[in-house]
Write a protein that binds this ligand. Structure first.
Ligand SMILES: Nc1nc2c(ncn2[C@@H]2O[C@H](COP(=O)(O)OP(=O)(O)O)[C@@H](O)[C@H]2O)c(=O)[nH]1
Ligand SMILES: [Mg+2]
Length: 296
């Protein structure tokens, strides 16, 4: 196993844009591996219990004799995000374990685009020899695309929905989830939410398992671990790499298609309106998206 300090330094180099990924990777000696790392994405709204789930899963994987790296992609800065500070304290108990590496990274959400950094960090920890990589991302916007591109298996963590039920679960999650977790099953509405989610899954012709957990108590996490291990067989490094390449190609094509339309009168009108403060950035974004991608 590579020294954690060297690994941390290599990730910082790609995160801060100091040199290329290849240069960073070259600072880490190649480790002998018998199989690619198993990369699990854990996504969901803030406060759903993702970090708590991750913390519990670390124990399961360690008990099974596997080394675990955690990449937590947080939209807030690692230095100001309260949640990340909480994570540090919580995960402190793994601090003495050399088979566990935990790293939080700021997402590049604000800069737009499919942040390559998390994907590169995953490849670096994989190269460093970790057997399992848990990638925690907050389920907002682009970050989901990112987790789709890096993970072999995706866990969507939700909480019991009150009132409007699972409608609050964002469209698109059914498509990306390999496993649904209704965490905080100690709260009212958990069964109902799990049943609704199961219906939603069936309606879309899938068989995605829907599990309930009380992560803070460790309840239900063994079943989640079992679901992850059974999904593992189908996961291949090659498939993940292809997915990343294809998504990147789609993004690039979308960008080119947008660029080609920038000069159209309708686009110019939107920018003029933005410059005159006649619309908000959000409105301008929506209007441009309509124009570029939905032919509006
Ligand atoms: N009641 C209850 N609280 C939980 C459960 N799982 C996590 N929490 C708490 O919910 C809060 C947010 O959890 P965290 O893992 O940081 O959520 P994240 O933002 O999704 O990573 C923490 O205070 C946890 O201790 C659970 O199953 N039940
Ligand atoms: Mg968290």
């Amino acid at each position: 196993m590579i020294a954690q300090r060297d690994l941390a330094r290599a990730i910082s180099a790609v995160e801060n844009g100091h040199g290329s990924f290849a240069q960073a990777a070259a600072t880490l000696p190649e480790t002998a591996r018998t199989a690619p790392a198993y990369v699990v994405g854990i996504t969901g709204p803030p406060g759903a219990g993702k970090s708590t789930v991750v913390d519990r899963l670390i124990e399961n994987f360690r008990s099974a004799g596997e080394t675990v790296a955690v990449i937590a992609v947080d939209p807030s800065s690692p230095f100001t995000g309260g949640a990340v500070l909480g994570d540090r304290v919580r995960m402190q108990r793994h601090a003495g374990d050399r088979g566990v590496f935990i790293r939080s990274m700021a997402s590049r959400e604000a800069g737009g685009g499919l942040a390559p950094t998390a994907q590169e960090a995953v490849r670096l920890v994989e190269r460093a020899g970790f057997d399992v990589v848990l990638v925690e991302t907050v389920g907002v916007g682009q970050v989901e695309l990112e987790v789709v591109s890096v993970a072999d298996t995706i866990v969507v963590v939700t909480v019991p929905a009150l009132g409007d039920g699972v409608q609050t679960i964002k469209a698109g999650l059914t498509e990306i989830a390999d496993v649904f977790v209704v965490n905080m099953a100690d709260r009212p509405g958990a069964n109902r939410t799990a049943v609704d989610l199961t219906h939603m899954v069936r309606e879309s012709g899938r068989e995605t398992p829907v599990l309930q957990t009380i992560a803070s108590e460790g309840q239900g996490v063994d079943a989640l671990f079992a679901a992850l291990q059974s999904a593992r067989g189908g996961a291949t490094n090659a498939a993940r790499a292809v997915r990343f390449e294809v998504l990147r190609a789609v993004r690039d094509r979308a960008a080119r298609s947008a660029l080609a339309k920038l000069d159209e009168p309708a686009a110019r009108a939107i920018f003029a309106s933005l410059a005159a403060h006649a619309c908000t950035r959000r409105q301008a974004t929506d209007a441009l998206f309509e124009l570029f991608f939905t032919g509006g």
